[in-house]
Ligand binder design. Structure first.
Ligand code: SF4
Length: 342
């Protein structure tokens, strides 16, 4: 396998909970709690979990929107978890971009498409003349399959799918290597979602892009992701090749997510694996249960689970899992495997 493009090492993002007149810290939200994995050039890693799993916080931390509490994010030889490093290396900002969920709110309604796309080109010094601006914006619109005349339109005149194409063109303006896709189709009509996914995959093939695709929709990842990472309450539960994850999921939480995928026919229903449904709702990341945080809901929990937090171990299929049911995941009693708190 090639060298990773991006490597997260024990990444932690905690948010303090403050209360009272003096705003004393009374608790902590463990949004991302010791996550480590790598992304390789040209692949799509689907980052999946319910709301509160920490997947969006992790994506925003990679983008530099949040300063990590601890841990490292290695990208092309630099630890970009350090905001000073991120600021000092302008090439990093160009190389990492994002497409957000709602193109309606991510585009300025008072700017034409041309003005929107001109901003990153000017900020990064990629164009110097009006002719260069015109030429590059025409290229970007062609890449996202919009006519060049759209550069004079305001977002209000565009459909949801067209707005998302403009948002994708804006992300591509700096010729990035890595793009965070934060639920890029969930605000769109079902009829448009497939076209946007097809466009993203086509752009990935043509431009060699690496994607982190954040979604709560595990079924969407079956035909999109190279590998899938499943998060639960700020921690990685499982990471595996997409086919392996769908055919033989290891973590009980992954099985729960798979068993919740709707089926469209009796034949699919008959083929669907049966797993025992989990109990209750996801706890708040401000009140993470002891031991394995999934234990209050886990149908397979046993004596050690409430007492000891499992660690991540490599699987024989080349993936990762964090569950006492698997070899290597149970630390020696008395060894604190909890990541450093804030
Ligand atoms: Fe369930 Fe225990 Fe595995 Fe946690 S460690 S997922 S509680 S079996």
């Amino acid at each position: 396998m090639s060298e990773p493009l991006l490597r997260l090492v024990d990444l932690i993002k905690h948010f303090p909970i403050r209360s009272g007149f003096l705003m004393r810290q009374v608790g902590v939200i463990r949004a991302v709690d010791g996550v480590s994995f790598a992304l390789y050039p040209g692949e799509t890693v689907g980052l999946v979990g319910e709301s509160g799993s920490g997947k969006t916080t992790l994506g925003m931390t990679l983008l530099g929107a949040y300063r990590p509490t601890a841990g490292a994010i290695w990208f092309r030889g630099s630890d970009i978890a350090d905001p000073v490093v991120r600021r000092r290396v302008p090439a990093i900002k160009k190389a990492i971009q994002v497409v957000f969920q709602d193109p309606g709110s991510s585009l300025n309604p008072r700017r034409t498409v041309r003005q929107t796309l001109e901003v990153p080109l000017r900020v990064h010094g990629l164009v110097h003349t009006g002719v260069q601006v015109q030429r590059r914006i025409s290229e970007l619109l062609e890449m996202v399959e919009l006519p060049w005349e759209f550069m004079y339109a305001f977002p209000g005149a565009l459909s949801g799918g067209q707005k998302q194409r403009v948002a994708i063109a804006r992300a591509l303006a700096t010729a990035p290597a890595f793009v965070v896709l934060d639920e890029p189709t969930s605000a769109l009509d079902v009829s448009v979602q497939g076209k946007i996914i097809a466009l993203l995959l086509d752009l990935q093939r043509r431009l060699g892009l690496t994607y982190l695709f954040i979604t709560h929709d595990l079924s969407l990842m079956r035909n999109v992701a190279t590998r899938v990472a499943v998060m639960y309450l700020g921690k990685l539960a499982e990471l595996a090749d997409t086919a392996a994850l769908f055919s033989s999921p290891r973590h009980p939480y992954t099985r729960m997510l798979l068993s919740a995928i709707p089926v469209v026919s009796d034949e699919e229903e008959a083929l669907k694996p049966r797993w025992v449904a989990p109990r209750g709702e996801t706890p708040s990341p401000a009140h993470v249960p002891s031991g394995c945080s999934f234990h209050p809901r886990c149908p397979e929990a046993f004596a050690i689970c409430p007492r000891l937090d499992p660690v991540v171990a490599a699987t024989d299929g080349g993936g990762l899992v964090r569950c006492h049911l698997y070899p290597g995941c149970t630390p020696a009693e008395g060894v604190d495997a909890t990541p450093t708190p804030s």
